[in-house]
Ligand binder design. Structure first.
Ligand code: ZN
Length: 407
């Protein structure tokens, strides 16, 4: 029976994460298309080549590795991303990439090397530096023209194309230069459910819809001490109403999620009424219609209160992804192998966005979740027990073996 090489897997994981110094204090900072991202990419590519994989880079910097490549071969692809948020965790993304490498290394050790299998590492899953998130997998599926994606800028006005060139990962391969038959992503849950219910494995039924709005409220700067209240054109008045609305709608039992995560004040001075507040709202729901209704109501509120307080506003949509249902056939195979390995499990809906949801538009796709201790993710405290990781790797291997039999 094929076995996971635990020492090799964790060794690789540590090599990549230790590119960041002082992990316990700062967490992992592998922001997309930065020097740290490049270092990690280069090392993983060298491991892929050592394994004899044919490495191909596409025009958004996605990295693919194949045992054998033919345009119409329709391989099974395993993978995830390696970029992180600021001060992120050790497993988000990297687990799925190094897990894929481990599985292929084990399969290739057999007498007969499986032809139709490969690895994918997708660019900018996190969306910290460039919006939208899941950019690499989104671009790969060709729903948007590459020239348009290349022009997207970060806060420093650097375009995606420039950033790709800077780290030497602007590849030659075009969007959708091959089509996978199956895509499977192993990932930490990034939420508390598996930990609360003490389950080894989450069989992922789908991903909830995500909408990101970028809102500017425009007022008039003036002296905080001399401007009478009746003359204040203060965007805070509208901003506080919006926060109130969100708080009201996201009570404990509500399935509606909404978060204001980024706020900028202008000119950002203690004694000056702001002339502008920029902020983001991240809205999620597994029900597309409920998300749409929440959004509609939110915009109505912004409209209403802006009028009340003579504030101008602008709304820009950064991300709008519909909810996704994963492939039942793959999930049946996952369940069969969960039972065979005597793992405990539950069905789960992903609260976070993942590359797999993009891939589900072009091929049969699913995900395997393992627990995030205390549900913490996108933080240096993100953690998963070693045995839980090994369970996930074992399952990824078994499911891949079954998929190879039917592909
Ligand atoms: Zn991730």
């Amino acid at each position: 029976m094929n076995k996971i090489n635990s020492k090799r897997f964790f060794n690789r994981l540590n090599i990549i994460n230790n590119l960041n110094k002082d992990l316990s204090k700062n967490g992992v900072n592998r922001i997309t298309l930065t020097k740290k991202d490049k270092q990690a990419r280069d090392i993983i590519v060298s491991w892929m080549k050592k394994l004899g994989l044919i490495v191909k880079i596409d025009n958004i910097g996605n990295i693919f590795g194949f045992n054998y490549f033919e345009k119409d071969a329709q391989p099974i692809i395993l993978g995830s991303h390696i970029d992180t948020v600021r001060n992120g965790g050790k497993y988000d993304g990297l687990l799925g990439v190094l897990g894929a490498l481990e599985v292929i290394e084990i399969l290739n050790n057999k007498n007969k090397i499986p032809k139709n299998i490969g690895i994918a590492i997708f660019t900018n899953e996190e969306g910290v530096r460039f919006s939208p998130d899941m950019m690499g997998s989104w671009s790969f599926t060709k729903v948007e023209k590459i020239n348009k994606i290349h022009k997207i800028k970060d806060d420093q006005n650097i375009t995606v194309k420039q950033a790709l060139k800077e780290i030497n990962y602007l590849g030659k391969e075009k969007q959708l230069f091959f089509k996978p038959k199956y895509f499977l992503e192993l990932h930490v849950e990034q939420g508390p459910l598996l930990d609360i219910y003490k389950k080894d494995i989450g069989i992922v039924k789908g991903v909830q819809a995500i909408n990101w709005l970028y809102i500017s409220l425009l007022g008039q700067s003036n002296h905080a001490g001399t401007t009478p209240n009746s003359k204040k054109v203060d965007p805070n008045k509208v901003f506080s109403k919006i926060l109130n609305f969100i708080n009201k709608k996201t009570y404990s039992n509500s399935k509606q999620l909404a978060t204001v995560g980024k706020v900028e004040y202008f000119p950002n001075q203690t004694n000056v009424i702001p002339n502008k507040i920029n902020f983001t709202i991240d809205i999620r729901n597994k029900d597309d219609l409920k998300l749409k209704n929440f959004r509609k109501e939110l915009i109505k509120q912004i409209n209403f209160y802006s009028k009340c307080y003579s504030i101008d506003f602008k709304i820009k949509e950064l991300v709008n992804f519909k909810s996704v249902k994963f492939n039942q056939k793959i999930n049946n195979i996952i369940k069969k192998n969960v039972l065979k390995n005597k793992f405990s499990h539950m069905n789960i809906y992903s609260g976070a966005g993942h590359d797999a949801q993009m891939l589900s538009k072009i091929c049969s796709t699913s995900m395997i979740f393992i627990p995030s201790l205390r549900g913490i993710s996108h933080d240096k405290k993100e953690d998963t027990k070693k045995q839980q990781i090994l369970n996930g790797l074992r399952l990824l291997l078994n499911v891949t073996e079954d998929l190879l039999k039917i592909n």
